[in-house]
Design a protein around this ligand. Structure first.
Ligand code: ZN
Length: 308
């Protein structure tokens, strides 16, 4: 994946909370409410794609801006120097900003084109290490990347990709893994805007609404990947100059590495379909690929009868 060196980056929606108190071992105590009984043991730490379903059902997508006090969101200015695609080609931090810009551009046009829902951007793509305070409660790095519908923010532990995905899960080390995960979390933001989160009634089992929600976020990630080279900066310059077949295969490999069945196996447990909340590796690859090929919200209707 290469960025157009001349593209202008907009870092206004990307922030960094720095290193939060508590660290990895103590961070769980705050307790993000985790659906589906995922809080037990260390398993929660392996979930790449956590979504706070319960809170979103209560608060819906149109929560008031006062629901979360942005004044408390201190920022380390980590992304202040990310100005161009050239910066993104040199720095993983700036690549994160560029991918966010691409997701923003894609969904700001695609959502109004394909639905009656107006697009509003996420509040922030917020990175942290150790622990972080969020609109959904405090979180430690153990929970992995997640989207909080209350403050409409994607949270990403900066050490996650090195520590968890590669070491513990033996996942791929490719440069497109993080973009895939960001695109998945952005898919949850789109679901929040569409009101899809409110449709989740069942939390556990291979055909549960929670699994459908996760597979749909993978499908939305595929939609973006299929059109990523068409996305532009605010001046109309191409953002992503090159996205190869190999990049897409890395994303698919990442989906394979983070399927619930793989997560359960590598954490020492038996594979147990009744507790799946993210779908199997095969399902995740299928839905990502479907979104990539079809490019429509309709093709990503995992809630349709017979879809799973
Ligand atoms: Zn997810």
């Amino acid at each position: 994946m290469r960025f157009n060196p001349k593209a202008r980056l907009d870092a206004r929606r990307t922030s960094d909370a720095g290193r939060g108190a508590g660290g990895r071992s103590a961070g769980r105590s705050g307790g993000i409410p985790v659906p589906g009984g995922l809080a037990g043991g260390g398993v929660g730490g392996l979930l790449v794609v956590l979504v706070i379903v319960g809170l979103s059902m209560v608060l819906g997508g149109g929560d008031s801006p006062t629901a979360y006090d942005t004044g408390r969101m201190a920022d380390t200015d980590r992304y202040a120097s990310c100005e161009t695609g050239d910066d993104a080609n040199r720095s993983a931090d700036c690549a994160r900003v560029a991918v966010e810009n691409s997701l923003y551009d894609y969904w700001s046009s695609t959502l109004p084109e394909q639905s009656a829902t107006a697009f509003t951007p996420e509040r922030s793509l917020r990175t942290f290490s150790g622990a972080v305070s969020t609109g959904c409660g405090s979180a430690s790095a153990d929970v992995g990347p997640f989207y909080c519908p209350v403050d409409q923010t994607i949270y990403l532990d900066r050490t996650f990709f090195a520590d968890v995905l590669q070491d513990r899960l033996a996942g791929p080390s490719g440069a497109f893994v993080e973009p895939y995960v960001l695109a998945h979390e952005y898919g949850h933001h789109v679901q929040n805007l569409l009101g899809t989160m409110g449709r989740v009634r069942t939390q556990q089992g291979a055909r549960s609404d929670a699994v459908r929600l996760e597979l749909q976020a993978d499908c939305y990630a595929g939609m973006w990947a299929g059109s990523a080279t068409g996305t532009q900066d605010a001046q109309g310059a191409v953002l992503i100059s090159d996205l190869t077949r190999q990049d897409v295969e890395q994303a698919i490999a990442a989906a394979t590495a983070v399927g619930d069945d793989r997560i359960q196996s590598s954490s020492g447990g038996q594979v147990d379909p009744d507790s799946w909340t993210h779908g199997s590796a095969r399902q995740r690859v299928e839905w990502f690929t479907r979104g990539y090929r079809e490019g429509t919200l309709d093709a990503c209707d995992t809630f349709a009868p017979g879809a799973l």
